[in-house]
Design a protein around this ligand. Sequence first.
Ligand code: UD1
Length: 420
Amino acid sequence: MDKLVIQGGYPLEGDIRISGSKNATLPLLAATLLAPGSYRFTNVPSLRDVRTMSHLLRILGAQVTATDHELLMDTTHARYNEAPYELVKTMRASFYVLGPLVARLKEARVSLPGGCAWGPRPVDLHIKGMEALGAKVDLDEGYVVAKADKLKGAAFEFPISSVGATGNLLMAAVLASGTSVLKNCAVEPEITHLAKFLTRMGADIEGIGTRDMVVRGVSELHPVDAEMIPDRIETGTYLCAVGMAGGSVRITHCEPRHAVASIEAARRMGLEVAAGSDFLKVEKGKARLQSVAVTTEPYPGFPTDLQAPFMAMAALADGTSRITETIYRDRFTHVAELMRLGARISMDGETAVIEGRPELKAAPVMSTDLRASVCLVLAGLAAQGTTEVKRIYHLDRGYEKIEEKLSKVGARITREEGEL
Ligand code: UD1
């Protein structure tokens, strides 16, 4: 199993190109099930999660061809309706096929995803939403079985903001008969991207980008091509990389407007960040990072996916930082590993209290999930000595060629084949 070996202490200098967004790509792949035909997607990140979703689409009968950052899809013969446990358990976003499958094939069998490294991640809102649209939903041997001859538009209010449930319900509602009024929808850029894509396919959606959307069902949709938006989480992660290693980097091909919360948090910690239309210039001067208080929130608040990377920065900051997690309350598996590198962190309920130290010290550490992995890589950029980050298969789910992108700007980081 591969590991990353990082020699800390080398400042970063140069350009880092941001890839297309993973979380924008996955729902669009599922949405191709809604209209048979050919699609061409560009700026697609080369990631394991995208390959998993492509694999699932093939199981459902679609043809998917991947070339350099492009996906060619043909869903003409996508007529199977079962998303198997083996796939869904490795990637929860597979659950996105539920809405499209019921909408187009009248029935879907999608495995319940099960737990996650940092605790339970329910799908009850996806199910309640489908039921509101008239689907009959049962559980059969670990599979959610949803059936509806014809979904019917309805009013549904999400009790909490959910990216996945909003996407799923939107994809179901566009082909339902009548009008759906969806309240308290997630407004993450990836949902807006999906809603715009559906609209170009012929869907009738009002209120895109706001918490309340009105969907007037249409009888059919047609295939269209799409370009993926830049990955705002990858963007925020490389901001942190400069914070950890020091130096001056231009983060290119990004969408600064989607990264406002993380840019502001980075500035509060002492990074100089100048935003252009599609790039960020990030610089860290000689002074130590400043401590910070951040709380994760639904967009446009500070993203939970950047909680761990910012904790790595807080570990080096001058003063005591407080990082509060309100989206996934158990998402702290990285804390113990950061402490192996010398970070001083204690937990106060859902808040990590980080007493910043002037330096971190290298150690072997282990990835537990995607964002935890990347925060260990970031910590390795700053730690004195050689840090080994093991089990990096998590990293390959969501960060395209991280070691290449970082090496290109001066980091000493290599991928090696390693033991378990
Ligand atoms: C998506 C992102 C993930 C990000 C998360 C929050 C993708 C593929 N993944 O995940 O990277 O960390 O948004 O920004 O886009 N919840 C329920 N019941 C449900 C669904 C969700 O209680 O049926 C809860 C979750 O446990 C969590 C909160 O709602 O506490 C938000 O989760 P949600 O926005 O649905 O996350 P995902 O779509 O799974």
